[in-house]
Design a protein around this ligand. Structure first.
Ligand code: BES
Ligand code: MN
Ligand code: ZN
Length: 497
């Protein structure tokens, strides 16, 4: 999707669809007033007649707009004229983007950035509008023999006032880079397991490294991981014919060698459960078990395109979890890179087994903070559903910073406790710890397990099992938690400059 910032008069915009707002109480917004004049009072008549009243997210498509440069006008309810909440604006732009996508239109110009949103600036409104339209325009038809005939939304114009132009352009540029990272992330997550084994994640990282000088990519193979003593990660890989990879992407945007943010993304390219095999229903969805990894790749791409002044390292442990004669079995004990031993009671709790070695490995980058991102537990879906990612950390300030970033980006997380009392659920009579802690508090005990490998740095864990994809008929990757992560990183980059 192309994004361009426009200035000038609303009624002069040449577009398939001009989006203008009407406030509650039947009051036309400033752009709508201009269009109304050009259309000889047509909008006023429609509002008077009661076809639209201005309540939040109401829409009215007007199929003709004589006197203007637009083929049609989408009139949108913008709620109270004195301002709406951030969440209401998100709802509004999503509704608009959906309406325009459903109408099969290829381009539009939005005049909605004149809507007042409490505690949010123009840049935020521009970014959220782009993200909503970008989401509506996204398609995954790589796997179809013929591309779909349905028109795809391709060009978004954003009309702003002359004095807002520079700020709006900067926000649009940020939005463009975010959408580019988001596109890569969603494509990878949506790719089926047979087209996206660990080697594909490694290849994708290498391609990013070739495209951007600021990105250095290294891929460790099985033999190198053996030398490092990654017995836990390699244990999971044993059941698959697909070779495991440990992918590292180092983005240097800040030459002063300041400590990097390290992002670790779970890259299980398919999770059958292994010998503790999963039931058949919806098992196909376990192709998304590498969305943590995909979000790291998406973030690195966006960062490199944005040239943000900050250092970030992405680490991706990538494996496929399969049952096989050579696979790990319940009861097996393995030694992690940290030296701690693990009794594997359930081979389906494989995410933590690969993450723990990646976390030990991450210490070599002398991180400022480490954040791991993982579709880690079904229990998180039960606890929080699809609206919030689970956040666990023992560092209150880091947790607060991530929660605030999610809130601002419209990609929320919710914190769960990581109290010591939960740790004993991982006791094992045979090893230093078990890899599962029973049915109770499954998301928390999974994080407790990880916390034992995060002793040397500040760390937070995001469980995205419920937020990373939509299940059922309209299944597909959501692109979360890329907005949260980017908001967090942009916030840190601004602090540094
Ligand atoms: N990838 C799954 C978690 C998952 C389940 C994500 C459902 C999204 C939807 C993970 O590897 C897993 O299987 N976890 C187990 C852990 C259990 C064995 C302690 C789970 O949640 O059932
Ligand atoms: Mn599993
Ligand atoms: Zn898994």
């Amino acid at each position: 999707m192309e994004i361009s910032v426009k200035r000038g008069h609303a009624h002069e915009q040449k577009t398939a669809c001009l989006v203008v707002g009407v406030h509650a109480g039947k009051r036309l917004g400033s752009a709508a007033e201009l269009v109304d004049k050009a259309m000889r009072g047509a909008l006023t008549r429609l509002v008077k007649r009661g076809d639209i009243s201005g309540h939040l997210s109401e829409t009215l498509m007007i199929p003709e707009a004589p006197g203007t440069g637009a083929e049609r006008v989408l009139l949108v309810g913008c709620g109270k004229p004195d301002g709406i909440k951030a969440a209401e604006y998100l709802q509004l732009v999503q509704k608009v983007a959906r309406t325009i996508a459903d109408a099969g239109l290829k381009n539009a110009v939005s005049c909605l950035s004149d809507t007042h949103v409490r505690d949010r600036d123009l840049g935020w409104k521009i970014r959220q509008t782009c993200s909503a339209f970008g989401g509506g325009a996204y398609r995954f038809d790589q796997m179809k023999s013929k591309p779909s005939k349905r028109a795809q939304f391709a060009r978004l114009g954003l009309l702003v006032g002359a004095e807002e132009f520079a700020e709006a352009q900067q926000a649009a540029n940020t939005a463009r880079c975010l959408l580019s990272g988001m596109g890569l992330m969603k494509d990878l997550a949506n790719l089926p397991g047979n087209h996206c084994p660990p080697s594909h994640l490694a290849e994708t990282a290498r391609d990013l490294g070739k495209a951007h000088k600021s990105l250095k990519v290294t891929v460790l193979e099985r033999a190198e991981m053996e030398k490092l003593g990654m017995g836990s990660l390699l244990a999971v890989a044993r059941g698959s014919v697909q070779a495991p990879k440990l992918v590292t992407l180092e983005y240097s945007g800040c030459p002063d060698k300041s400590r990097p943010i390290v992002l670790i993304g779970k890259g299980v390219t398919f999770d059958s459960g292994g010998i503790s095999i999963k039931p058949g229903a919806a098992m196909d969805e376990m192709k998304y078990d590498m969305t943590g990894a995909a979000s790291v790749l998406g973030v690195m791409k966006a960062l490199a395109e944005l040239s943000l002044p900050i250092n970030v390292v992405g680490v991706i442990p990538a494996v496929e979890n399969m049952p096989d004669g050579n696979a790990i079995k319940p009861g097996d004990v393995v030694t992690s890179m940290s030296g701690q031993t693990i009794e594997i009671l359930n081979t389906d709790a494989e995410g933590r087994l690969i993450l723990c070695d990646a976390m030990t490995y991450a210490a070599r980058f002398e991180p400022e903070v480490v954040i791991d991102i993982a579709t880690l537990t079904g229990a998180c879906v039960i606890a929080l559903g699809s609206h919030a990612s689970g956040l666990l950390s023992n560092h209150d300030d880091l947790a607060d910073e991530l929660l605030a970033a999610g809130e601002k980006a419209g990609d929320r997380a919710w914190r769960l406790p990581l109290w010591d009392e939960y740790q004993k659920q991982l006791d094992s009579p045979f090893a230093d710890m078990a890899n599962v802690g029973g049915r109770e508090a499954g998301t928390i005990t999974a994080a407790c397990f990880l916390s034992r490998f995060a002793k040397d740095y500040r760390w937070a864990h995001l469980d995205i099992a419920g937020t990373a994809w939509t299940s059922g008929k309209a299944k597909g990757a959501t692109g979360r938690p890329l907005p949260l992560l980017m908001e967090f990183i942009i916030g840190r980059a601004n602090l540094g400059s």
